[in-house]
Design a protein around this ligand. Structure first.
Ligand code: ARG
Length: 280
């Protein structure tokens, strides 16, 4: 994972978006209107979207927001999918297995409270094919130490679900991440409506010039062509949903909510087989 810097409009300096940890310098973003959430969108409840879970460690990230540092998605009673980059050295400052209080938080809309449940983690499979330079293969499978309700899971898109990936499809992204692009992490779960964008849009935005390289094989491009709605730091690993299925995981992007730089998501249909092979 890189941590080099790049100058953006207005002389702002943006932390490269591949940074997983929601700490440090602010990221630049387009637009300046209020009511940003994830970025754009608004608050929702974890009861309504119970498959959206938080990945947390209070020892690493503090107790104020229950230690949340990434998102995850419940796809089986003991299986959460998230991003590979959430579990690497750059995010955790060490190996995930050295983080003694790694938890999955389920059913907690407001991270400043104690509602819902916290489960411990018995294993994390971090895709060994994850490439921190291009950001390809950004998926991890977290096995829980106890079962969560099967009724709270969401189905992953598979190879047959090509219609959910068509450009123009409405999608929604969920998370507790940065709401402004300036490191204001949300305490409550938020969602924003996005549009699945053509692969060409992200291929043009991310040709491999230092931001990561868009690969249509295992990534999906989504955003707001007008800017203003996007995932941002701290949302990584969380769900992008279309047609009632999990179609993507928040992975990377340059800045947040910049119409010229859409969000890039791990393409669920491309990694569903890997996830199944590493699920309990
Ligand atoms: N890498 C970020 C994280 O770890 C997610 C960035 C997503 N950025 C975007 N503009 N959609 O939380």
């Amino acid at each position: 994972m890189r941590s080099s810097f790049r100058a953006l409009l207005g002389g702002l300096v943006a932390l490269l978006p591949v940074l997983a940890v929601p700490l440090g310098a602010p990221v630049a973003q387009a637009g300046e209107d209020s009511d940003r959430s994830i970025i754009g969108g608004g608050p929702v409840t974890a009861e309504r979207y119970p498959w959206t879970v938080a990945v947390a460690s209070q020892s690493r990230f503090g107790s104020a927001r229950s230690g949340q540092f990434c998102g995850g998605v419940l796809v089986g009673p003991t299986t959460v999918v998230s991003a590979a980059h959430c579990f690497g050295q750059a995010a955790l400052g060490g190996n995930w297995s050295d983080v003694h209080d790694l938890r999955i938080i389920f059913g907690r809309t407001d991270l400043s409270g104690t509602s819902g449940r916290e489960t411990d983690v018995s294993n994390v499979w971090v895709n060994p094919g994850y490439d921190p330079v291009t950001n390809s293969g950004d998926v991890a499978v977290v096995t829980l130490g106890e079962s969560l309700p099967a009724a709270s899971t969401i189905r992953m898109a598979g190879a047959d679900d090509t219609q959910d990936y068509r450009a123009g499809t409405a999608a929604e992204v969920y998370g507790w991440g940065d709401t402004t692009g300036y490191a204001s992490y949300s305490t409550v779960l938020r969602a924003a409506g996005l549009t699945v964008l053509a692969d060409e849009t992200c291929e043009r935005a991310y040709p491999g010039n230092g931001d990561g390289k868009y690969n249509r094989q295992d990534m999906v491009c989504a955003g707001d062509p007008a800017g203003g709605h996007d995932a941002c730091q701290g949302d990584s690993g969380g769900p992008l949903v279309a047609g009632g299925k999990l179609v993507g995981l928040v992975s990377w992007g340059a800045g947040c909510a910049d119409p010229a730089h859409p969000g890039v998501y791990t393409r669920m249909s491309a990694v569903a087989g890997l996830v199944a092979a590493h699920s309990s």
